[in-house]
Design a protein around this ligand. Structure first.
Ligand code: SF4
Length: 365
């Protein structure tokens, strides 16, 4: 089969252990890839590619058999030679504030989490890109799970499709943030493919303005991301000096603050958009006036807004949440230098669904 098609690529690293990885995954293909695949392997037209893509990503079909307006012959051929990848929904847990955490299982039995957060007029979904993570941010519970594997594009997309299944009448996810388990840019190919699928008008049809990819600072992939898909970018900065940042996010040893800020200046930001600078505030570590002063100096001239996240403690965490007055004082300094500042007190803490609390193990209890 042609190398253009994601036959192997789409399942690469999936390690689903079910012997399924050899079959091409229809759900992991962009619409163009699916169309090319159907033409090459089955002699089908563009129309058929659109039709099957719609079944998978708009009507949320979980098998070829469910695609009732395809001929029996084509359904049989596709069933024999392809698969519809994705995840199993194992459990849904709802927090007091309405945040819902989905526990999902891969075909190989790995568990991942995705969180649906109620906002003022809509919902934001936090999407995972890997099982575990190798970045090792010290304030993050996911970092305690070693990286087991990358999620395939279909497993990333399926988190969004499942969210639609579990939401009530009239509810819809309006914004997606790739901020769940894993470092998205460490699973670049599958993440970009999932973005293209989710933005397709024949599927979930998310506007690029409504999707944010958050990175811990994988500098070499930043320019590539900006060129490949015009999504919003968030960067987990969390410190204003290299010593503190290296302590919190070890990849700072490889790409330090200067390299990261340089890459942000070069990022091909669409007009009227700003990069989100994420800053987890840790009591006594990075929350002083001096930290705030250094931060505004670093960000000078960058089209950005600052999102302050008071730390969400988890059992055994080596950090504490700062006092509210220190959060306010930090925010005021940044604000007084002309930046837009938001303070995000995470939701869903009582079910372990807040920022940095995802570990794939807390729902089923
Ligand atoms: S914060 Fe993100 S990049 Fe850092 S360890 Fe957690 S999941 Fe990985």
């Amino acid at each position: 089969m042609s190398e253009r098609l994601p036959i192997i690529d789409a399942t690469a690293g999936s390690g689903d252990g079910a012997g399924l990885a050899v079959l091409p995954d229809l759900k992991a293909m962009t619409r163009d890839e699916l169309t090319a695949f159907l033409k090459e392997g089955f002699g089908e037209s563009r129309f058929r590619g659109d039709q099957i893509f719609r079944w998978l990503h708009m009507k949320r079909a979980r098998s070829v058999e469910a695609m009732t307006d395809l001929s029996k012959k084509l359904r049989q051929a596709l069933t024999e030679r392809t698969r519809v990848g994705g995840l199993e929904l194992e459990d849904v847990r709802t927090a007091q504030d309405g945040t819902r955490k989905l526990l999902l299982r891969t075909a190989g039995g790995d568990r991942i989490e995705s969180v649906i957060i109620p906002m003022d007029h809509s919902f934001t979904q936090c999407v995972s890109s890997q099982v575990g993570c190798k970045i090792g941010c010290r304030f993050c519970l996911t970092a305690r799970m070693p990286l087991r594997r990358n999620l395939s594009a279909s497993e990333i997309v399926d988190q969004v499709l499942w969210a639609q299944e579990v939401m009530g009448e009239g509810e819809r996810v309006g914004n997606l943030v790739y901020m769940g388990m894993g470092e998205p840019l460490d699973n670049y190919e599958q993440v970009v493919r999932s973005l293209k699928i989710l933005m397709d008008e024949f599927g979930a049809n998310f506007s690029s303005r409504r999707i944010t990819v958050s990175t811990s600072g994988v500098v070499p992939k930043l320019a590539r991301l900006g060129a490949d898909v015009p999504v919003n970018l968030a960067v987990s900065l969390n410190a204003s000096d290299d010593e503190t940042r290296t302590r919190l996010i070890p990849i700072n040893k490889v790409w330090n603050i200067e390299a990261l800020i340089g890459a942000l200046h070069a990022f091909p930001l669409p007009p009227r958009r700003r990069i989100t600078i994420e800053y987890v505030l840790l009591k006594g570590v990075n929350d002083t006036r001096a930290d705030a002063e250094r931060l505004v100096k670093l960000l000078r001239g960058l089209r950005c807004k600052v999102n302050l996240i008071p730390f969400n403690p988890w059992p055994g965490a080596p950090f504490e949440r700062p006092e509210e007055r220190d959060v306010d004082a930090f925010g005021k300094i940044v604000l007084d230098h002309g930046f837009t500042v938001t303070v995000r007190y995470s939701k869903g803490e009582d079910i372990g669904a807040a920022c940095g609390q995802l570990d794939g193990n807390q729902v089923a209890a």
